[in-house]
Every structure is written in C-alpha cells, then in structure tokens.
Design a protein around this ligand. Structure first.
Ligand SMILES: C[S@@+](CC[C@H](N)C(=O)[O-])C[C@H]1O[C@@H](n2cnc3c(N)ncnc32)[C@H](O)[C@@H]1O
Length: 433
C-alpha cells in the first residue's frame, strides 16, 4: 500500500518524540519523519509543512496543542525572533538532558557502541559569553546591532542579550551609538567581533571592514565616543588583517595558574565559566608523562596546561594571530618544554616524527578533523587521544574513523559551553581497542 507523502503547505498534528541537533524536534507523520524547529520532546503541535527535500521534511509549528512538561516562559523577550538561542523555552535541567541525548545518539550513529556514562557539566545560564559576533545593519534610517532572525538575514537589534556579559552588551551598545553617528562609514561595517577579559578590565572590538583600511582611519573617532572599549580596530574583509584604530587588540583570561592573552580575532573559548573546568578535564584525561601533541591549539589553552609533567608539548596551530598569541603565552609562562608550530595539522602530522608513546589532544573547528588526520594520528600509535569537539555530527564521523583505526572511547563528557543554544562541547577520550 503506498502512503501519501506529505506536501508543501499540508497542516499536520504532530507529537514531538525527541530533540535532535540544531534545535529541531523530531516527529512522525504516518511513519514519515518530520522536523519541527524549536519543537520540544513532549510537545503536541499543529504544524504547516514548509519544506520537502530528499529525506527531509520540515514543518513550522503554528499552534501548540499541548506543551512539553518542561516548557517554560522564555526569559528573553526577543527569543521568538532571534536566531541566537534555540532552547530558552525549555527548563535548563531539561536542556542538559536533551543535549546528552543528542550526543548519545551521535555516538550510537557513529557505531561507537558507547553505552557508558556521559558526564554533563552545566554552566550558569546567563552572562557566560565573553566573546561575541554581532551583525550591523541599517533599517529604515535606524541602525541595528545583533543576531540574525531565525532563517533570515534580518538583524534583530539586541539592546540586551542574556548570553553576553553585561559589560560586553554595554560596550556593543556604545559602539552602535558611535557608529550610527557616522552613517557613511558605518555602512562599510557588516559585523563586529567583541571580546572581554575575564575580570572585565579590557574590552575590544573589531569591525569587519569593506574596502581600503586607510579610509577606516576616520573611525578612530568612534573609539573615543565608545568609552567602554579599551581597543578597537578594523578586520579587513579581503584578508582578515587587523588594522588598529585605538588601544590594544588583546584580552586576558586566567585559567588556574596560567594567564592567556588572546587577540580579539584569535579563537578563544567563549564561555568564561567553563573554560577552566574544560582545561581541567582535558588535563585529567590526558594526564601522565611523556610527550603531548596538541592539535588545533589556538592560543595554547591546552598545550600550556599540559606542560607540567610532560617531557615535551608540541602545539600545532595554523592561524598566524593565534600562534603568535600561543608563543607569547608560552614565553610569559616560561615553559621551555612547549613548542608552538605554526602550520596546518595534516602537514605537521606528516612532518613530525613519532617518538616515545605520546598523548594527543585535538580540538578542531566545526568541520572536524577529517578521516586523513584521524588516520595520521592513529598511525603514530598514541597511548591515548583526547578529542574536544563542538559539533556532534563531525565528531561522530571522526569517531567512526578512529574506530576503524583501532581507537575506541573510554570516557565521554558534555560541557554546556553554550546554554540556551543548540551547541554543545564534547570531550571524548579514546584508547587503543
Ligand atoms: C576550536 S579552536 C580550538 C583552539 C584551542 N584548542 C582552544 O580550545 O582554545 C580550533 C583552532 O584550530 C585552528 N585550525 C583550524 N584548522 C586548522 C588546521 N587545518 N591546521 C591547524 N590549525 C587549524 C583554528 O585557527 C583554531 O584556532
């Protein structure tokens, strides 16, 4: 018997069975899977089919027929429109359970067979973000600074944001007012990156700049009318060069006994509350003696913390600014057993000879490490690998490659580095089978 497939515009009554990655609720209509953005496990909704792709049906909820037990009033009034959060309407404890379930499913799909415990590390739910990127957009003579509306390029003006530290929100609004006073120049700015020191003593902005940076020097005046910023510069659209307009481009964060300097355009963990516990877990799970390889090292966050007791640490990072920060941080900490190598990870793995049994830490961007890098790591026969991931699907793909190369998980944790969003940070330790 052939069932009728759903069509665009159909209205369906759906029971959300579970949450899946990217903030989607999964339901079934006559056996066919339908994804409902922001649908929560336990919700019953009336939803209109908005997209029918190959193997993918999406329906937008129009009526909440009965709510999931853990639904709540979103604490942010902008939640309905703003694409920055996915779970403000779900109690925080339930968010953690949902993220654990999402990860468990990714691990199962990857064929890891992991049925052991997953440690879940919670974060304070508000004011955790000390790094942010906001879009700048003129709309009908007014300037907006914030995040895109869900699924569009319209900017939601964020006069407050519960994710971001109050100091950084204040700095962003000051900068918006200063830019709005110079509309001809502000039009060349599409995005603003912001970073804050852990003690709030420094805040830096980088304006994504279209065109000749020499023109942008006119914006130096903006810095004096945005007094909460200790540093301001342009990030050229063409080559992501930083051209300073005022003050220093760096912020600082203390983690344990170490201090890290990070350029506003270098990568640094955005959750100021969980960066310390994350480093501690990586250190604990990769502990011991012998050499360490820290791949995708950023400003040396893990490399420096792993130096104690290691015969040597090699930190591999391809970005010029981040590796400069890493070198600076290494020197300030006086760690002679750490070497920062500025190169691409695959190139480093083929150039570095494998020595005594080593430990490998890797923390790739969302795209993951990829099967070649996984193979190259496994061929060094490390005694353990600690994989830090911000994307469950690419983590799953890479864990499948590790399994084929003989490495299986023996510890798993989720760090809720991004409360109220659908993002999650996973730490997995792998050991030879
Ligand atoms: C998710 S960040 C992790 C940084 C650091 N481990 C931390 O926690 O602060 C990923 C880093 O990998 C770097 N990166 C991305 N692709 C790379 C590659 N193919 N080779 C070397 N570094 C890379 C990026 O510049 C970025 O600093």
């Amino acid at each position: 018997m052939s069932e009728r497939r759903v069509r665009l515009g159909d209205v369906l009554d759906l029971a959300i069975e579970k949450g899946v990655y990217r903030g989607l609720g999964l339901a079934r209509h006559e056996g066919q899977v339908v994804f409902v953005p922001r649908g929560l496990p336990g919700d019953r909704v009336r939803a209109r089919v908005e997209k029918v792709g190959r193997g993918f049906v999406r329906a937008g909820a129009e009526v909440l027929l009965s709510p999931a037990p853990e639904r709540r009033q979103p604490p942010c009034p902008l939640f309905e429109r703003c694409g920055g959060c996915a779970y403000q309407h779900l109690g925080y404890e339930a968010q953690l359970r949902l993220k654990e379930a999402v990860l468990r499913e990714s691990l199962a799909r990857a064929g890891t067979g992991w049925d052991g415990p997953i440690e879940v590390v919670a974060s304070p739910e508000t004011g955790w973000r000390s790094r942010a990127r906001f879009h700048l957009q003129p709309v009908a003579g007014e300037w907006r600074l914030g995040l895109h509306e869900e699924g569009t390029h319209r900017v939601v003006d964020l006069d407050s944001c519960l994710q971001v530290t109050p100091g950084l929100v204040g700095a962003a609004r000051g900068l918006l007012a200063a830019l709005a006073a110079q509309p001809a120049w502000a039009r060349r700015v599409s995005e603003i990156a912001l970073a804050e020191s852990d003690d709030g003593s420094a805040r830096v902005g980088a304006l994504a700049w279209e065109g000749d940076p020499a023109d942008g020097s006119r914006l130096a005046a903006v810095a004096s009318s945005a007094p909460r910023l200790t540093g301001l510069g342009l990030a050229t659209a063409e080559d992501r060069r930083y051209v300073g307009l005022h003050g220093s481009p760096y912020v600082e964060t203390a983690v344990g006994d170490l201090r890290y300097r990070a350029h506003v355009l270098s990568f640094f963990q955005a959750n100021r509350h969980l960066v310390g516990p994350l480093v501690e877990r990586v250190r604990e799970w990769s502990g011991g003696e012998g050499p360490v390889l820290d791949l995708f090292a950023g400003v040396g966050l893990f490399a420096l913390a792993l130096a104690d007791g290691a015969s040597g640490v090699i930190a591999v990072e391809q970005d010029a600014r981040s590796s400069e920060d890493a070198e600076w941080n290494r020197e300030r900490a006086g760690l002679d057993n750490v070497r920062i190598v500025r190169t691409e990870v695959a190139a480093a793995l083929s150039a570095l000879p494998a020595g005594e049994p080593e430990r490998v830490v890797l923390d790739p961007p969302r795209t993951g490490a990829g099967p070649e890098v996984v193979r190259a790591i496994a061929e060094r026969h490390p005694r353990l690998v600690v994989y830090v991931s911000c994307d469950p699907p690419t983590l799953g793909r890479d864990l499948a490659a590790f399994a084929s190369a003989g490495y299986v998980p023996d510890r798993v944790a989720v760090f809720d580095m991004f409360p109220d969003t659908f993002h999650l940070e996973t730490v997995v330790r792998l050991v030879p089978r």
